[in-house]
Design a protein around this ligand. Sequence first.
Ligand SMILES: [Zn+2]
Length: 290
Amino acid sequence: MTNDSPKLHAKFYYRDGSHEFIAGSFLYRLHASMLSLHSIFFSEMFELGLEDGNGDDGVQAEKSQRLILIDESSEDFDCFLEYIYLRDDNTQEPIQFASSLLKLSTKYMADKARLHAIKLLESHPCLTPVLKLSLACKYAVTEWIRDSVFDILRLPLGSLTCEDATILGFRVYIVLMTAREKVSLHRLDMAFATPEIVHFDGHFGSSSEGLCKTSWENAWWNAFSKRLLFPDKPLFGLDARETLRRMQPTDVHAECLSLTLQSIEESGVYDIFDELLDDAVKEINGFIIL
Ligand SMILES: [Zn+2]
């Protein structure tokens, strides 16, 4: 054996295995039946006659003559095999374990392993919105896309780094930046276009009508708009609505305030945030190819 020969894997070289595999610099000996049980990819591969026998006993040396090369790192393959063979709870595993399991379970069409990886990742404290979106795009976890784009669009302006851009990839990053720009412009449009106060019927012509109007305009500009545009945590969609609803501007009649908030809601100004989000999600979904 030369120095370049693969080393027997300490954990996954089963003497009674049916086939040998090489991943990275390690030699594995595994059971076709075990892999087939979990993976459509391996099941079809063995059915297509890669093996010499049926593989039901899997102990004949002559059945192990063929080497199957795994075009993945041994670290990734180990994670897949950990799940297939050992089925530990894995809840405390590093995020790399769950990411590798998601990667290989998707590639090898191992549905239960994929669901397990998704569950692990969803509850993992290290899963940032950027990493979540990146994994969602790479491995077609389409149910993650909207939430992760939403979270990224709500991040403070300027908080995405070069590393984030690398993780996300050029196209996704551009879609996100474009969406953020459109959301920012919409915030500015909102902030600078103070909605007209809607007085209740009995308020027209009264002595406090003017004060009601001025107070509303002051509250909009001096309180709400500043909060809407606050750079460390700019508001998005329903956050904006809730912030406005919590405001209690003095000298604005309660009935006028209620009618005005209703009018703003009906104008669809909050819905535009969701429409911009949906546009970005749709575009990113279009990048997913498996
Ligand atoms: Zn009024």
